[in-house]
Ligand binder design. Structure first.
Ligand code: HEM
Length: 206
């Protein structure tokens, strides 16, 4: 369970959502590639040392995590004593499953949660913003134990993918969020879809 669902399906589903957003948003993909080209180049693969300088790339990954919201409910939790929240009593020991989606898509927090907009995580000074409400790995003492590993995997895989390939919809086709969204099983995954991954070469890479 830990190995296949928590450790594997989560990151692979996030990469699948990232491929969808890359294929449907060439404007965003161009900005990611330009950032990688300027800060890493194309002679070597990006490494974790590059994360500080690839702010927009990391903001893209955060926006994929926010929009795709692959773990809609946290694991079951229970209070160790009676608590009152907005007039509701949650008795000691009662199992609750907090709704992560209600936070990641709250207009009062994000303004335009329905729009895919990595810039919401970039400050005016060009640094990465980390709002408290960004909780795809949930929050508190029992939050996702694999967060650091997952974020490292996503950064290395997605930055290398965009450095080497241009991601596009199939020839002559468009991809639509309403057609791929979404299968709610172990994770919130997109329905199967096709993309093209065209190797970047020549002038673009130099
Ligand atoms: C994009 C990737 C991932 C997301 C969005 C994610 C999200 C979550 C969430 C929301 C929880 C529930 C936390 C809570 O209820 O407080 C959780 C728990 C957990 N995750 Fe992840 N996870 C991801 C990747 C991983 C990876 C790569 C591993 C392991 C290598 C992992 C291992 C676990 C384990 C073992 C738990 C249960 C922790 C506990 O109950 O104490 N996760 N994850």
């Amino acid at each position: 369970m830990d190995l296949f669902l928590a450790g594997t399906e989560t990151t692979s589903t996030t990469v699948t959502w990232a491929s969808f957003y890359l294929a449907t948003r060439p404007d965003i993909q161009s900005r990611i590639f330009a950032e990688i080209k300027a800060n890493v180049g194309t002679e070597r693969l990006p490494s974790m040392q590059d994360k500080q300088s690839l702010v927009y790339t990391e903001a893209f990954i955060m926006e994929v995590l926010r929009m795709s919201n692959i773990v809609i409910f946290s694991a079951p939790h229970a209070p160790v004593a009676d608590v009152w929240i907005r007039g509701f009593r949650i008795p000691k020991g009662m199992q609750i499953m907090p709704d992560i989606n209600s936070v990641l898509s709250d207009p009062a927090i994000w303004g335009d949660p329905e729009n895919f907009r990595p810039d919401r995580f970039v400050s005016e000074e060009g640094t990465l913003l980390k709002p408290d409400e960004f909780i795809p790995f949930f929050t508190g003492r029992r939050n996702c134990i694999g967060e650091s590993l997952a974020r490292m995997e996503l950064f290395l895989f997605i930055s290398a993918l965009v450095q080497r390939f241009e991601i596009m919809p199939p020839e002559g086709e468009t991809l639509d969020i309403n057609e791929v969204d979404g299968i709610f099983g172990g994770t919130h995954a997109p329905k199967p879809f096709y993309i093209r991954a065209i190797l970047r070469h020549g002038k673009e890479m130099n």
